[in-house]
Ligand binder design. Structure first.
Ligand SMILES: Nc1ncnc2c1ncn2[C@@H]1O[C@H](COP(=O)(O)OP(=O)(O)OP(=O)(O)O)[C@@H](O)[C@H]1O
Ligand SMILES: [Mg+2]
Length: 162
């Protein structure tokens, strides 16, 4: 299942994140892909708020995992500086990936194939300074509720601007 949305502001991107955070379940893994400045951290901010956190998301330095405590514990990671799969093994990420929290991983494409097969893919492409295309998808049936919530959010917003 896939949802495709057009964001024209940081606020929209955060609201999309809120919807995803509100629908997140224990053990979820969100893989965020997109170039530098695509909006991965902005989306993560919305996810945190959607889980009831009032904290601000800061991009984690590689190797560090930022942990936030809200309705779910959020493990926010950034693999930008990852050079090889070998580096991953030393990080002990499995405890996070197979735990009861929510993993939000920026630059997940740097470690394609490493993650649990049940995950949510978010790919972001920048169209202009302020416009981003979001594709949110999952092959896992259990995540269809979350994708549906994103589809509904996209529809609602499209109607508002008609
Ligand atoms: N529609 C939009 N959605 C999200 N961010 C936007 C949008 N339009 C402009 N921006 C700008 O794009 C930037 C996104 O920054 P952000 O830190 O979220 O990117 P990132 O994908 O995490 O980058 P990095 O790979 O460096 O971690 C911000 O400066 C934000 O103001
Ligand atoms: Mg970032």
């Amino acid at each position: 299942m896939r949802a495709c949305l057009r964001s024209t502001s940081v606020e929209y991107t955060r609201e999309l994140g809120r919807v995803m955070g509100a629908s997140a379940k224990p053990g979820d893994v969100f893989l965020l892909c997109g170039g530098l400045g695509a909006g991965k951290t902005m989306l993560t901010q919305g996810i945190l708020w959607g889980l009831g956190s009032e904290e601000f998301a800061r991009s984690p330095t590689f190797v560090l995992v930022n942990e936030y405590h809200a309705r779910l514990t959020v493990y926010h990671m950034d693999l930008y500086r990852l050079d090889s799969f070998d580096d991953l093994d030393g990080l002990g990420l499995d405890d996070y990936l197979f735990g009861d929290g929510l993993c939000v991983i920026e630059w997940a494409d740097k470690a394609e194939g490493y993650f649990p097969t049940d995950h949510v893919d978010v790919s972001i492409s920048a169209v202009s300074d302020t416009e981003r295309i979001f594709s949110v998808s999952s092959s896992a049936d259990e995540r269809s509720q979350l994708i549906q919530a994103v589809v509904d959010f996209g529809r609602l917003h499209a109607d508002e601007h008609r």
